[in-house]
Design a protein around this ligand. Structure first.
Ligand code: BGP
Length: 478
């Protein structure tokens, strides 16, 4: 009998975000969040970048987060399906605006707290561990209006209050936490990552790094609160990962790839090592950035580092210093990557590179020497439903199989990995495009890009496949 290389107790499961699944955007006392202002269509990208026409939803636009897949009302049915697949963990996020509708105030919204209580109870009923992200791309809009989002120091203490509230409330139910989803996203999509809205002529980098400092301090304070309130819990950071390859062995390309990796590592260097990395000094100087710190910030960062490194991996990235080569970018990737001739691409132009997953995991483990948690990975693809109601998503099975094979290799390489929660185990709204047709799920949801459909759930072929993978603890990926 062969023995699985996946350790006993490995946390197999899936990952969701409140704003992409719940819907019910103003129900149960919830306040408006930044993601509720992201329409589908061409304007979405500019808004995510910080060019925001209005802080209230506009007539005539379609906002997919408002109903999403109605997980808010259907979570019991969905969790039963996750349990049927044998999930050991489900990653969800708490919407800050369900707990504090305006992001501030002394009293949390009891109805919001109760919603997550019931959600966690439902998971625990099936022995599914909740893995909870405190902030997954949603800042209460009031905080953007009043303070300019994370550009303001004020958000640090407001976030701390929110974190303390939910950590204390769910201390007996939730043992895996994460602070900010894809914290490095604030450099690429600053409204999405940090509620930043820019005025003409501002030094955007300055604002972004100041906001980053605020999030890093807030993250450390959440780690502190978690360690104090739930000593047996683990709390991690979360990086949108994916190694940069140099396009050639020209040292200029190699150096540039290293620098691009550092753009992302910067955040985790602070969250995991507890201090600003040496290279940041020169970077700040060259870019005219002055990060204002308060007395005590350095100690907060140093004393409250994360327990594990959560990361998403979809693609590797490639970079070059050659002006001719950089004409050949792939579409649809916020990190900006050159087309890599050695690997494939998804229907949305995202690089498909399973070996890059192993490389990325090794790189992160070498750098931080803390356990890793793969909290997102998967293939966004168009699914066809046959007249019999079946979905044969072999391409998704293929993608996942190849990535899990490489994850197994990483484990053999000695990398410590807590678990694997694939992205969107049930179809949800795409973060980058707002589409429904970009599907990641093992469970199909009948809803289209315009919001039509019955919301009925159907098991895809990959549902049966993933169930087997989990049952055999990854020993057999066929
Ligand atoms: C990550 C986000 C998720 C998610 C995923 C897939 O960046 O953390 O929220 O959506 O990417 O991206 P998309 O939905 O754009 O395909």
């Amino acid at each position: 009998m062969s023995i699985s290389i996946f350790p006993k107790g490995f946390l197999w499961g899936g990952a969701l975000a409140a704003n992409q699944a719940e819907g019910a955007y103003l129900e149960g006392g919830k306040g408006l969040t930044t993601v509720d202002l992201l329409p589908t269509g061409v304007k979405r990208r500019d808004i995510m970048k910080g060019y925001v026409p209005s802080l209230t939803p506009l007539e005539g636009e379609f906002y997919p987060s408002h109903e999403a897949i109605d997980f808010y009302h259907r979570y019991k049915e969905d969790i039963a399906l996750f349990a049927e697949m044998g999930f050991k963990a489900l990653r969800i996020s708490i919407s800050w605006a369900r707990i504090f509708p305006s992001g501030e105030g002394a009293t949390p919204n009891e109805e919001g707290l109760q919603f997550y209580d019931q959600l966690f109870d439902e998971l625990l009923k099936y022995d599914i561990q909740p893995v909870v992200t405190l902030a997954h791309f949603d800042v209460p809009v009031n905080l953007v209006e009043k303070y300019g989002g994370w550009r303001s120091r004020k958000l640090v203490s407001l976030f701390e209050t929110y974190a303390q509230t939910v950590l204390a409330r769910y201390k007996d139910k939730v043992k895996y936490w994460m602070t900010f989803n894809e914290i490095n996203m604030l450099l690429h999509l600053p409204f999405l990552g940090a509620g930043l809205v820019f005025a003409e002529g501002e030094n955007q980098k300055q604002i972004q790094y100041q906001a980053a400092h605020h999030q890093l301090v807030a993250s450390a304070l959440a780690v502190k609160a978690c360690h104090e309130l739930i000593p047996d819990a683990k709390i991690g950071c979360m990086l949108a990962a994916g190694t940069f390859y140099p396009y050639t062995c020209n040292p200029d390309d190699v150096f540039q790839a290293m620098e691009k990796d550092r753009d992302s590592f910067f955040f985790i260097d602070v969250q995991s090592r507890g201090e600003y990395p040496a290279y940041s000094k020169r970077f700040f100087k060259t870019n005219n950035i002055t990060v204002e710190m308060e007395p005590g910030d350095k100690e907060i960062l140093k004393n409250h580092t994360v327990d594990y490194i959560g990361f998403s991996y979809y693609s590797s990235r490639t970079t070059s210093t050659d002006p001719e080569v950089i004409k050949n970018m792939t579409s649809g990737n916020v990190f900006g990557s050159i087309s890599n001739p050695y690997v494939g691409k998804s229907e949305w132009g995202w690089t498909i590179d399973p070996k890059g997953f192993r490389i990325t995991a090794n790189q992160l483990y070498d750098r931080y020497q803390k356990p890793l948690f793969v909290v997102e990975n998967g293939l966004g693809a168009i699914d066809e439903v046959t007249p019999e109601g079946e979905i044969y998503d072999d391409y998704r099975i293929d993608y996942l199989k190849q990535h899990l094979t490489e994850l197994g290799e990483a484990l053999e390489d000695g990398v410590e990995i807590i678990g694997y929660t694939s992205w969107g185990p049930i179809d949800i709204v795409s973060a980058s495009t707002g589409e429904m047709k970009k599907r990641y799920g093992y469970i199909y949801v009948d809803r289209d890009n315009e919001g039509n459909g019955t919301l009925v759930r159907r098991k895809k072929k990959s549902f049966r496949w993933y169930k087997q993978v989990i049952a055999k603890n990854g020993e057999d990926l066929e």
